[in-house]
Design a protein around this ligand. Structure first.
Ligand code: NAD
Length: 370
């Protein structure tokens, strides 16, 4: 029997509710396979700050250091609530970014997946969706503006200013671009490099490096696209994309837009992978507007589990079973309120019921040989 330690950081807002569904699923996976999961819960985000004075407390760091993989829920507070926490200790600055830095999780995979059977969830017209949407957004996660030098103050004219630095070196770009090409090789061999080289010098360096790495992948077709144009193309013709690779800020924004074209941010799981450690999280935030109501869509959290099974534990077959189980729940006509709009044939279910249905569907699928 293989044993894995998993750090479980439920976080804030809807984090607890959707994590509960992920843990239900893990229990079933454990019962069907020759694996044992040792779950190590830890405080993270605003919940951690209110209890310990730190968003990423030392005890949680110790748990994460020991873990084979980290399963993270959602963090963050609503705009007003967040003012209770000092700026630099707020969940992203005080918790999330330090975690990304500590484990050097530079490669963020955000699948944007809408098979034809789920196409009715998208706000886009059927003729635009065509055969469905299947894109892998790969976002650089530990560089750029989010990690650059920051300064605030008052200038000579007495005006308040904020200065933030966008910096990448060629090594940082090369390693994420390399991941982009490798992913393209496993898919349709088409890579869109997203940048802003008409304005930003960091993007000029980015495109130069893309050209250099491309030499090693002659089978991959490379398309260069400005980030602003990419935003439009995602709405007008998402089917043209397969793998998209981009720097940190662009990836943050475009991947949320991608959630929009699917129909809900609740359909956006993600994997954040570093050289020695990976963590898995929904690509969205803590959704304070719906927290505690048992209506959040847990697909993003359960999908993150599926990515963990595949990427951290090499349980590829069970991972793909989990995707199928979730798809089958949607295909049977069930969805949480974000996707079950009045006037559609979709039956509205709670977060917990969606999780139960996924568990039931997974239990019916044959157990794979890893
Ligand atoms: P959000 O992603 O939390 O929510 C945006 C909208 O999407 C809301 O209407 C919300 O109800 C909906 N939504 C999100 N996830 C959903 C789900 N699973 N099911 C159904 N609906 C869902 O963004 P926000 O409201 O701008 O931010 C809230 C907090 O989350 C902020 O504190 C922000 O800083 C934080 N945040 C954290 C992360 C992260 O941890 N990686 C990412 C984004 C935002």
């Amino acid at each position: 029997m293989t044993e894995y330690n998993i750090a479980v950081l439920a976080g804030d807002g809807i984090g607890e509710e959707i994590m509960e569904q992920a843990l239900k699923v893990l229990k079933v996976v454990e019962s069907r396979n020759d694996v044992a999961f040792s779950l190590m819960p830890g405080l993270f985000g605003a919940a951690a700050w209110f209890e310990t004075g730190k968003s990423f407390p030392d005890e949680t760091i110790a748990i994460c250091d020991k873990a084979d993989a980290i399963l993270k829920g959602t963090i963050g507070l609503g705009h007003e609530e967040s003012k209770k926490i000092p700026l630099d200790q707020q969940p992203e600055r005080g918790g999330l970014l330090p975690m990304r830095k500590r484990y050097d999780t530079y490669a963020n995979f955000r699948p944007v997946y809408l098979p034809p059977s789920l196409a009715h969830f998208s706000p886009l017209k059927p003729k635009i969706i065509g055969d469905g949407i299947d894109i892998m957004i790969i976002r650089e996660l530990v560089g750029g503006l989010y990690f650059g030098k920051k300064e605030t103050g008052v200038d000579e004219q007495g005006l308040r200013f904020a200065r933030e630095t966008l910096e990448y070196n060629e090594q940082q770009i090369r390693r994420i671009v390399q991941i982009g090409f490798e992913s393209a090789m496993k898919r349709r061999k088409l890579l869109h490099s997203i940048h802003k080289s008409n304005v930003l010098k960091s993007s000029v360096l980015w495109t130069d490096v893309v050209g250099e790495v491309a030499q090693d992948f002659p089978d991959v077709e490379v398309q260069h696209m400005l980030v602003d144009a990419a935003a439009t193309h995602l709405c007008l013709n998402p089917g043209q994309f397969d793998v998209m690779v981009m720097e940190n800020l662009f990836g943050d924004i475009l991947s949320d837009q991608a959630g929009g074209i699917l129909g809900s941010l609740g359909l956006m799981p993600s994997a954040c992978v570093g050289p020695d450690k990976a963590y898995y999280e929904p690509a969205h935030g803590s959704a304070p507007d719906i927290a505690g109501k048992n209506i959040a869509n847990p697909y993003s959290m359960i999908g993150s589990v599926a990515m963990m099974l595949d990427l951290s534990f090499q349980m590829t077959g069970e991972s793909s079973n989990l995707w199928h189980a979730m798809e089958s729940v949607f295909a049977a006509g069930y969805a949480t309120p974000d996707l079950s709009k009045p006037g559609t044939d979709v039956t509205m279910v709670s977060t917990g019921e969606f999780g139960d249905r996924v568990v039931a569907a997974l239990s019916c699928l044959p157990v794979p040989n890893r």
